[in-house]
Design a protein around this ligand. Structure first.
Ligand code: SF4
Length: 429
């Protein structure tokens, strides 16, 4: 029987899809990319914004017209639960029920409806999950859920409380992946800095990075996403100890005003954040720090916005993802805070910071001109050039060929822009 999986949302969903595909392949199902060929189509869904949830409903509608059997997993499955049966879905698999994907698909294909919401994460045997969409890079989810309850975010309600995988389990998965040719790994968690805290056995993200970097065959290690007040300064220390640990930290600040940070229920102040960045840079002076920021949060005055602008100028992020606030049903902000910043003000503020960040990107990228950097070749872009990232997460474009994907090369930077850097391969390892 043929199964097709479509993935919406974040890297953790991508990783869940990879795990699901492996289990289904191991159980004898055939995975296909074209939904028209499939006997059953699974939507691995995202509920972080209303727009992402609406996309799922419109996809379900399209599949119903094609008279396909449909399964829904991920955050929308967890949020909407059995209500999804009203849309003609065959199975619903909760965000923590991934371990029962084969059972759900079997029911779906037999025509018997099933909804599974059990926490089966402990049952997943990751030693049997040894392939990914990429041939050289693997996402590895190390902690599920989030305990932070930022007032605008739905994740703690869909993904549940934090639950770490044992260190030995993660290292075992890593070994299996190395044996299967993988060289680059990203440890994932909604709050990856909380990794190990619930295990109470001394496990931590720093310890995981240390142990993982000792493995032969591991070339580069990344981690996503950090939470400022959970971030340990042991991590930049590990970056100094091991060349395999990327000098890249994605540290979402979300806002520059203490009043707004408090309304967002972020557990740090502007001063705490700036001090943390200063401490990281004392240990790793060339650490690449990127961030996320929301503009137009309820109650954001011109003065609050100015505080965000000043923070961006002061910290000089290597990369900044900006989002315009929109209320998410089911969150505290949606329930108690009035979405009172007019849309035209939000967009004006957004484009102001975007332009500011563009100038910062350009300035930081200039320092790369003429440098020779080690890059892992990632893929071919639409423009025909290939690209990869250096240890500071800089995207670099160059001429190459398919055989070089997954290889380590030295590239000399010959052109800089506010976006990617362009270079020429000097050496192939
Ligand atoms: S840290 Fe905040 S924004 Fe991130 S997943 Fe948890 S609740 Fe959501």
């Amino acid at each position: 029987m043929k199964v097709c999986i479509h993935t919406y949302g974040c890297q953790m969903n991508e990783n869940d899809t990879e795990v699901a595909k492996q289990f289904l392949t191991n159980a004898g199902f055939e995975l296909v990319d074209d939904e028209d060929e499939a006997d059953l189509v699974i939507l691995n869904t995202c509920a972080v914004r209303k727009k992402s949830e609406d996309k799922v409903y419109s996809h379900i509608g399209k599949l119903k017209k094609k008279q396909k059997r449909i399964g829904v997993m991920g955050c929308v499955a967890e949020k909407e639960k059995e209500k999804l049966f009203e849309r003609g879905v065959s199975f619903i698999l909760g965000a923590r029920a991934l371990g029962r994907i084969v059972e759900a698909v079997t029911h779906g294909l037999n025509g018997s409806r099933v909804a599974i919401f059990d926490d089966t994460l402990d049952e997943i045997d990751y030693s049997k999950v040894y392939t990914r969409n990429s041939k050289h890079h693997a996402w590895i989810t190390v902690i599920y859920g989030c305990n932070r309850f930022c007032s605008y975010c739905i994740v703690p309600y869909t993904r549940g409380r934090e639950k770490s995988r044992p260190l030995s389990d993660v290292l075992n998965e890593l070994k299996v992946l190395v044996e299967n040719g993988y060289i680059e790994f990203t440890f994932l968690g909604q709050n990856v800095d909380a990794y190990g805290k619930d295990l109470n056995d001394g496990t931590s993200l720093a310890k995981l990075l240390r142990e993982a970097s000792k493995l032969n065959g591991v070339r580069r290690l990344w981690f996503l996403t950090s939470y400022p007040s959970d971030f340990s300064l042991e991590i930049p220390q590990v970056m100094v100890e091991s060349e395999k640990v990327a000098k890249s930290i994605h540290l979402p600040v979300q806002h520059g005003s203490d009043k707004i940070l408090k309304a967002m229920n972020r557990r740090y102040t502007r001063k705490d954040f700036i001090e943390l960045v200063t401490e990281i840079r004392k240990i790793v002076p060339d650490a690449s720090i990127s961030s996320d920021m929301i503009v137009g949060f309820p109650g954001e005055t011109d003065q609050d916005f100015e505080a965000s602008v000043e923070l961006v100028k002061e910290v000089k992020f290597e990369r900044l993802n900006l989002a315009i606030y929109s209320p998410r049903e089911g969150t505290v902000a949606w329930k108690y805070l009035k979405d009172d910043v007019p849309h035209h003000v939000k967009t004006k503020r957004m484009s102001y910071i975007l332009n500011l960040q563009k100038a910062i990107n350009r300035e930081l990228n200039e320092t790369y001109m003429g440098r020779e950097v080690e890059v892992i070749v990632e893929a071919r872009a639409k423009n025909g050039l290939y690209y990869g990232r250096d240890i500071r997460n800089k995207i670099i474009s160059f001429e190459a060929s398919d055989e070089l994907i997954g290889k380590v090369v030295i590239v000399r930077i010959e052109k800089v822009t506010a976006g990617p850097l362009y270079g020429r391969i000097l050496k192939i390892f």
